[in-house]
Write a protein that binds this ligand. Structure first.
Ligand SMILES: Nc1ncnc2c1ncn2[C@@H]1O[C@H](COP(=O)(O)OP(=O)(O)O)[C@@H](O)[C@H]1O
Ligand SMILES: [Mg+2]
Length: 251
């Protein structure tokens, strides 16, 4: 299968000396649905920032669509094909209206004035926010804000979508909606989370990160069922993967 992402012995140290990524290697093929899981501080966000070219100065290589992110000339080409939804919607929503926020990436990528409204409408429709164009992002619920961010990321029709902790702070209904949207997409996508029920429902493959290292990479259901592996890395096996024990008095 053709590789869309190749991470090769990637290491990164923040300027203050924290080693956030330590010799990471993995490949992702077109169409894969991959979960990056790990406790807080494992390096999930840092890995996404490296893939977007928002962090540079790492060792190793990040190759996207067969282009090395070491070469800054490749960044604008790659950024037309990859989008990120950040963990904190309030960092991403900066415009006075929902329309402007969703249009932001399109303007940056020089889409035509005719094309932009069409794409914004389609993206809002895809995330179930028809009619929200003139709303103030500021006033929306947490779940709606997250969906506006997703619409903005989808508007450029990216081949690869990175979604950082999409369920943090969402209520069950908000989570369910995000899950439905993500599962309706065909893009290659990588979702970071420590919400393992969510990962189980949205990903086929899982990469476990801890202290900047990959500690497991494989089939989601198999990895998430491994209770001792989950516990060793600050995670918890999803309840849905445990056999349901019927209390004695009901037998
Ligand atoms: N801007 C930063 N400057 C210095 N250290 C950072 C910065 N951002 C993250 N870190 C550190 O890098 C490590 C990985 O963080 P991060 O990638 O945010 O992990 P995760 O997203 O898995 O919670 C942590 O030890 C964190 O404290
Ligand atoms: Mg993070």
């Amino acid at each position: 299968m053709e590789k869309v992402i190749q991470i090769k012995t990637l290491s990164y140290r923040y300027p203050d000396g924290i080693k956030a990524l330590n010799n990471i290697s993995f490949d992702i093929s077109y169409g894969e649905r991959v979960g990056i899981i790990g406790p807080n501080g494992a390096g999930k966000t840092t890995l996404f920032l490296c893939m977007m070219g928002l962090i540079t100065g790492w060792e190793g290589d990040v190759v996207l669509f067969s282009l090395s992110m070491k070469d800054k000339k490749n960044h604008p080409i790659v950024r037309k094909k990859i989008s990120i939804v950040f963990q904190n919607a309030d960092d991403q929503l900066i415009s006075p209206t929902v329309f402007d926020d969703v249009a932001f990436g399109l303007l940056n990528h020089n889409f035509s004035r005719d094309e932009i409204p069409k794409r914004v409408k389609k993206s809002l429709n895809d995330v179930g926010l028809n009619g929200f164009s003139n709303r103030l992002p500021f006033h929306l619920s947490g779940g709606e804000k997250r969906r506006v961010c997703l619409a903005g990321a989808l508007a450029i029709e990216p081949e690869v979508l990175l979604v950082d902790e999409p369920t943090s702070d969402l209520d069950p209904r908000g989570k369910r909606k995000i899950k439905e949207i993500l599962n309706s997409l065909n893009n290659t996508r990588i979702i970071s989370s420590h919400d393992l029920e969510f990962i189980l429902d949205t990903c086929d493959r899982v990469i476990v990160l801890d202290e900047g290292k990959i500690v497991a990479d494989g089939i989601a259901k198999e990895i998430l069922s491994d209770e001792s592996l989950m516990l060793a890395h600050g995670l918890e096996k999803p309840h849905s993967l445990s056999p349901h024990v019927i209390p004695h008095h009901y037998r």
